[in-house]
Design a protein around this ligand. Structure first.
Ligand code: FEO
Length: 615
């Protein structure tokens, strides 16, 4: 019996869930199994996109036969990825549908032949080639090493659907769902996506970044991976995750503590170490026994955390095997730019620390904190202080703990007015994704001269943020002191999600990249292409290359301080004086109520509760 699912008017999901599999690729535990996704486009020419694992053959063939009932032909089979979990049914399906032409690229064709697949009807496509199906047109984009060298992705120009091969996939079966937005995808599903990404393609961050760059030029509205759920909403979240992982940027400022222990003494040292971190004020701590937790989970956690603490016993004059395997996995997955702390133990001659240091030395950008500490047999009063010192070194490197020493809680040391002393400028940041939009930002600076790069930070709540993440293009207009308050209210104090910010506004033109820039109250504008996007909490930091830079006037660029002194109307607050409540110091928005919720975010300028003061 078929179990096909309809995705669009004529796109179908033929995927098969595999709950019997224990180890994906015979390496990675998949307690919730995995799905092998396959898709069919019914058009003037019917096209199957990838097949599935051998274990899924019966169901896949039933699904395909159902959709092609009534004598429909199968015209094309696109092979995005030749790994057998997606191509094992290829031979059988060509045997059933001999009229089908198989679409390879040069590498996948060669690989297919190596797997014993030789077909009469074959076409070979290359970067940018298109395959017209009738109503739909597929465009092929090469994605070598995401995950194998022959990988490509296929983009349906008609429905703006990206058939993304292994990219954007996940471990786990689908539980009756089809779309990520049908579940709480930011929790456990993201954890399994991370474990899938880091273990399957984590080594190939450069190649994933290259695919993300190519994808940023496509207006994508749906992502159909070869494993896991389909994405049709919140694509900025998905792309932001991949940008973070591909650039080896950590997600949590904190400590992952991994230990190996036979009789519990090194485990005890790890507990003491983690407790010291917690007592010192560190919130993000995860503690694992490498013998209990599979290395694939630890690799994913290592991508997630900024600091990795290895507390390792010595075994057969070497590193305990499970710890050695885990660290070898970090090396083979090419984890970059992490900070490590090492503690070695042994019943008579500890050597694990030095050996671990050699392995970690192979990781690009790795730092190892001093002191590297050791104890014999079990931690005791004599060795405790060096263990605690090693934990303190982690705290110090993370910049936490000093507040406790002075007795001043961390909140008390943050004076928000200190941030106003920065000599920020003010800028209109514009983007286009279907429509034009823009927002006011205060963080844009030149980063490098060669190549000419700038960086700017944008609040994630802004529509402009999502548009830039999707399109990779932006214009930065540098505002002058002449910019009126109305310009700030138009672009900074209303949302582009509900308003057309350019409606009735004539102070702009369009640059060569098709985006808007200001023609009045503007010292210069820059057109940029995003090269990196870093998730920094409330904001994303974009690093972008300058494509065009044009000076428009000799007026003085405005500073944040000038805006507060001379532009923002001071009467804005006075007019609200009779009300009870809180006023936003940034834009003047008034919240009426006795208590301002701690997580309140200004609906106009998106600043948090810290930037409000009582009326
Ligand atoms: Fe799911 Fe690289 O195969």
């Amino acid at each position: 019996m078929h179990n096909v699912r309809k995705i669009d008017d004529d796109i179908y999901f033929l995927g098969v869930n595999d709950r019997r599999i224990e180890l994906f690729e015979n390496v990675y535990p998949v307690p919730d199994g995995v799905s092998y996704n396959s898709y069919l486009i019914l058009d003037e020419n019917n096209c199957l996109i990838d097949t599935a694992d051998a274990s899924a053959e019966k169901q896949l063939k039933e699904n395909l036969a159902y959709l092609l009932k009534d004598g429909k032909k199968l015209d094309y089979i696109v092979v995005n990825h030749m790994e057998p979990d997606h191509s094992a049914c290829l031979k059988e399906i060509v045997r059933d549908y001999p009229e089908a032409t198989v679409v390879f690229n040069a590498k996948s064709l060669q690989m297919a032949e190596n797997y014993g697949c030789r077909f009469e009807r074959v076409i070979v496509v290359a970067e940018g080639n298109v395959l017209p199906l009738g109503k739909h047109t597929l465009r092929f984009v090469m994605a070598p090493m995401v995950h194998w060298p022959e990988v490509m992705v296929s983009y349906d120009e008609t429905t703006k659907t990206l058939f993304s091969a292994d990219a954007f996939g996940s471990f786990g079966t689908l539980h009756g769902h089809l779309y990520a937005d049908e579940i709480e995808y930011k929790g456990a599903y993201t954890d399994e996506m991370r474990r899938y990404y880091t273990n399957i393609v984590g080594k190939y961050g450069v190649q994933v970044s290259s695919l993300l760059k190519k994808a940023s030029g496509l207006p994508i509205e749906r992502v159909c991976p070869l494993h896991g759920l389909i994405w049709r909403r919140d694509l900025s979240y998905l792309l932001s995750l991949y940008a973070t992982w591909a650039s080896y940027t950590f997600e949590k400022q904190g400590a992952l503590v991994c230990y190996s222990s036979v009789y519990g003494n090194t485990a005890n040292a790890a507990e003491i170490f983690a407790a010291r971190l917690s007592d010192g004020g560190l919130k993000n701590i995860a503690l694992y026994d490498v013998s209990k937790t599979d290395a694939s989970y630890l690799v994913a956690e290592s991508f997630r955390y900024s600091h990795v603490v290895l507390i390792a016993n010595t075994y057969n004059a070497g590193i305990f095997p499970k710890m050695a395997y885990f660290v070898d996995e970090l090396v083979s997955h090419n984890l970059k730019n992490r900070t490590f702390a090492l503690v070695e133990s042994g019943s008579w001659a500890p050597v694990s620390g030095g050996l671990l240091q050699e392995k970690i030395g192979k990781l690009p950008g790795a730092r190892i904190l001093e002191p590297r500490t050791k104890f014999v047999s079990s931690p005791n009063e004599d060795t405790l202080s060096s263990l605690l010192s090693a934990a303190d070194a982690v705290l110090e490197d993370l910049g936490v703990g000093k507040q406790q020493e002075t007795g001043i809680p961390s909140e008390g040391r943050i004076d928000n007015t200190a941030f106003f002393k920065f000599s920020y400028g003010l800028f209109l940041l514009t983007a286009k994704d279907g429509k034009h939009n823009g927002c006011i930002i205060n963080t844009a600076v030149q980063l490098t001269d060669s190549p000419k790069r700038v960086n700017f930070a944008v609040n994630k709540a802004n529509l402009t943020h999502d548009m830039i993440l999707r399109t990779g293009k932006a214009n930065v207009s540098i505002l002058t002191e002449s910019a009126p308050f109305s310009l700030y209210t138009r672009f900074g104090m209303q949302s582009g999600r509900t308003e057309d910010k350019f409606e009735g506004f004539d102070g702009y033109s369009v640059s060569a990249n098709g985006l808007t820039y200001l023609t009045r109250n503007c010292a210069a504008y820059l057109s940029v292409t995003v090269k990196e996007a870093h998730d920094c909490g409330s904001h994303t930091l974009f690093v972008a290359e300058v494509d065009e830079a044009v000076t428009l006037s000799d007026e003085k660029p405005v500073t944040y301080a000038y805006y507060f002194e001379n532009v923002k109307p001071k009467k804005q607050v006075q007019a609200e004086e009779k009300k009870k409540g809180w006023v936003c110091k940034i834009c003047g928005y008034v919240y009426e109520g006795e208590e301002l919720p701690a997580d309140f975010v200004c609906p106009l300028c998106k600043h948090g509760a810290d930037d409000f003061e009582r009326l």
